[in-house]
Write a protein that binds this ligand. Sequence first.
Ligand code: FES
Ligand code: FES
Length: 152
Amino acid sequence: MTSLTVNGKAMTVDADPSTPLLWALRDHLQLTGTKFGCGVSVCGACVVHLNGQPIRSCTTPISAAAGQKITTIEGVAADRVGKAVQAAWVKHDVAQCGYCQSGQIMSAAALLRANKKPSDAEIDGAMAGNICRCGTYTRIRAAIHDAAKALA
Ligand code: FES
Ligand code: FES
């Protein structure tokens, strides 16, 4: 059994300690907002926060996340930054198919916690690891600027 704290709640997962956090979240805890894209840390669909930092849950074993604070898309709006990002995403109608968007939002929220007023270049740099096959990058950038303004 591995003890995890997810979105402020203590949970246990009966799985091998090497199990990727992504599968513990999706298959054991039914938190299916976090998506599987590549499985090898290159697409960003699986981004969650570990102690506030964005990580790739597809390549993070549950043993590395045990006892730490995990936040998923289901819990990101519990703080004002995540809430502002989600509101900006809705306002700008960012999602197309939506598949990449939970990872995009998690990366954007982490960016805005670290940098309250990111430039276009800083946004592009921070979001470069999040791939969107629908090409929503322009709306993502606009939504991040908007969320930064709302939080100022
Ligand atoms: S599924 Fe984790 S980075 Fe692609
Ligand atoms: S909205 Fe479709 S992959 Fe990003």
